[in-house]
Ligand binder design. Structure first.
Ligand code: RM4
Ligand code: MN
Ligand code: MN
Length: 427
């Protein structure tokens, strides 16, 4: 049986209950003047890209415990992405990481994705690792390395990613570097940033007109004392310096604990420089846990800012949504499906916010009512809307249930015997 048939069979069993729950929720929402159909439309319109590197099992610097049936090539990764999209119907976009996903033939890869209704969203460069046969090492940095020859090599790799992205029909290029220092004094802060900008200008010059460039800040790791692009302010400064095609990307895990990320999002929207997101969740650092698993209220508050800007029609507001997670102990397909669903949940809940009431509460300094207005939306159980949206789009009412019933992983475990080696894993 193909995936589609498992979805249909599973949906048949769940549909009566779903119809009942959906009708009940529709009546409940109508009392507050909300049209459930409008929310279902929003849920169906939501899109988030899946990271190719997320379908393999991740690891920590201590160990990586391989999962059964892991994809061994970019084509096998796309097969897994296809399953995710068939189940949740909001993930047709794929983010590639180069050289991990370097194809022998770009046109073959593009056709393979296209045949499955998938496309390539953002390209990601990798100058935080040395590759076999690489001439110069990135041990002490890449785009900001003291040696101009290393910087040139890293620039060239990014330009290659853009060229490949053009052939694949991608829309943006994301640059994250591990550059920084592990000890005070190791890196000259101002010189490091100057070199960063110089390298980024060279990469920017290679962008085709329709391409956007996203730069991703991160406060620490792998550099444990200082990083060159450490925070959103520095990122914003750099995107301003670079030009109109450069934007600041927010990876939720790349901030210090307790930082008000939704406010950073709002600032970047206001300044016209929000690239979009790498969604994940964290408790302590760049934990790369599943979106919505640790701080669902924060996720909701981020979407509250996004939906507010969407509804207001803020000029130039066009964020790219991507997941960036490391699945160390779960089946990556289950984690990615669940995370995509959590994002749609936050998006729909943010659409439930009574914005006129919130505005009035704000104008009248009514703090309790303002909070209640947000909490009312956040605590609403919109699960029937999400399930109905998936069902109408041809996806699964219960993605994890249908996926497990399909036996996909079991089959892949037979078809894809584990590749040798069990090292630590970055992602
Ligand atoms: C980094 C960052 C990048 C990702 C790498 C693998 O922490 O989040 O986006 O490409 O990990
Ligand atoms: Mn990221
Ligand atoms: Mn990260």
């Amino acid at each position: 049986m193909v995936i589609r048939e498992f979805v249909d069979e599973h949906n048949r069993k769940a549909l009566d209950w779903l119809n009942e729950d959906y009708a009940h929720l529709g009546r409940q929402l109508r009392r507050g003047g909300v049209d459930v159909e409008r929310l279902t439309e929003r849920a169906m319109a939501f899109r988030v890209a899946v990271p190719s590197w997320g379908v393999g099992t991740g690891g920590t610097r201590f160990a990586r415990f391989a999962g059964p049936g892991e994809p061994r090539s970019v084509f096998e990764k796309l097969e897994d992405c296809d399953v995710i999209h068939q189940m949740v119907r909001v993930t047709p976009g794929i983010s590639l990481h180069i050289p991990w996903d370097e194809p022998e033939s770009a046109s073959e890869l593009k056709a393979f994705a296209g045949a499955r209704g998938l496309f390539f969203d953002s390209m990601n460069s990798n100058t935080f690792q040395d590759q076999p046969g690489q001439k110069l090492s990135y041990k002490f940095g890449s785009l900001t390395h003291a040696d101009p020859a290393v910087r040139a090599q890293a620039v060239e790799h990014n330009v290659h990613c853009i060229e490949l992205g053009k052939k694949l029909g991608a829309r943006s290029h994301t640059v994250w570097i591990g550059d920084g220092g592990n000890f005070p004094g190791q890196v000259h802060f101002r010189r490091g940033l100057e070199r960063y900008l110089e390298s980024l200008r060279a990469i920017y010059a290679a962008l085709p007109d329709a391409f956007r460039m996203f730069i991703e800040h991160k406060l620490y790791e792998p550099a444990f004392y200082s990083t060159v692009l450490n925070d959103w302010g520095t990122s914003y400064y750099c995107t301003r310096e670079l030009g109109p095609q450069a934007f600041s990307l927010v990876d939720l895990g790349h901030h210090a604990p307790n930082v008000n990320i939704e406010m950073i999002v709002s600032r970047l929207i206001q300044f016209g420089k929000l690239a979009g997101f790498h969604f994940n969740d964290s408790k302590y650092g760049d934990d790369d846990l599943d979106a919505g698993s640790i701080k669902p209220f924060q996720l909701f508050l981020v979407f509250n800012e996004l939906v507010d800007a969407e509804l207001e029609g803020v000029a130039g507001f066009d964020p790219a949504y991507m997941l960036d997670q490391s699945h160390n102990v779960t089946d990556p397909i289950e984690s990615l499906m669940t995370s995509a669903v959590e994002l749609v949940r936050a998006y729909v809940q943010a659409h439930l916010v009574d914005r006129a009431a919130l505005r009035e509460a704000q104008e009248k300094n009514d703090a309790i009512l303002a909070l209640q207005t947000l909490k009312q939306a956040f605590t609403a159980d919109v699960a029937p809307i999400l399930a109905m949206a998936r069902h109408r789009a041809g996806g699964a009412i219960d993605p994890v249930g249908a996926y497990r019933a399909s036996g996909y992983r079991r089959r892949k475990a037979e078809e894809r015997p584990a590749a040798a080696g069990q090292g630590a894993g970055i992602v």
